[in-house]
Design a protein around this ligand. Structure first.
Ligand code: B4P
Length: 195
């Protein structure tokens, strides 16, 4: 059983690695960014609300994000574990996740931090914009997202470090190598598996 999360600045490869780790670990990956984007595409009320924040690189408000995650984590397919990608990003979201898990007598086993230099992140996201046309991947918005990460999400990282469940992995280099590094870090933190 795996209850873990991937955290890191925008463009650090959370989505890229979550997919690969999901395959390797046999666990469901949940990306808050992907759920929002699907809702934006389908023009749901949630999507219409989220789009106004995402387009300018702001966090979608905690109450909206938390309610969505609470709903997703009540699904049958995550009762044996999950890999959360991109959540929590704020202190309030940490509290919410603790509450969701605590009510079921569960707790988070591990948080993996993916790191890369800001300039590399900007370059990657501008590269992605050329392929996907993502509206939040232009330079002004990317720099704002990075700034929010440094101001708010680094506090989340510090919280998990304090709990002793954080492992930091260098996210630079070929994607396959990064996956191997993450797997090795998980093995080191939890040699008997992540419970
Ligand atoms: P996300 O979808 O989480 O976007 P991200 O941080 O840019 O993604 P990620 O780090 O996963 O990058 P990826 O693997 O794709 O969030 C988007 C928005 O949603 C946020 O700005 C916010 O508005 C909202 N949101 C999401 N979660 C929220 C929350 N909890 N609370 C409030 N709001 C929330 O990689 C990026 C690029 O790098 C890709 O092009 C990839 O191919 C490339 N890449 C990956 N690994 C590489 C490597 N090793 N080397 C070179 N390139 C690599």
């Amino acid at each position: 059983m795996t209850r873990m999360l991937l955290i890191g600045p925008p463009g650090s490869g959370k989505g890229t690695q979550a997919e690969r780790l999901s395959d390797r670990l046999g666990v469901v990956a949940i990306s808050t960014g992907d759920i929002f984007r699907t809702n934006v595409q389908e023009k749901t009320p949630l999507g219409l609300k989220a789009k106004t924040y995402m387009d300018v690189g702001d966090f979608v408000p905690d109450e909206v994000t938390n309610e969505m995650v609470r709903g997703r984590l009540s699904s049958e397919d995550v009762k044996d574990g999950f890999l959360l990608d991109g959540y929590p990003r704020t202190v309030q979201q940490i509290t919410e996740l603790d509450d969701i898990l605590g009510r079921n007598g569960q707790q988070l086993a591990l948080a993996v931090l993916l790191t890369a230099a800001d300039e590399e992140l900007v370059e990657r996201l501008l590269g992605r914009a050329l392929i996907t046309g993502r509206t939040d991947d232009n330079e002004t918005v990317v720099r704002h997202r990075l700034d929010l990460y440094h101001r708010q999400t680094e506090t989340v990282v510090a919280n998990y470090a304090q709990r002793g469940i954080l492992t930091s992995v260098n996210g630079s280099g070929p994607v396959e190598e990064v996956t191997d590094r993450v797997m090795a870090a998980i093995e080191k933190m939890a040699p008997k598996g992540v419970h």
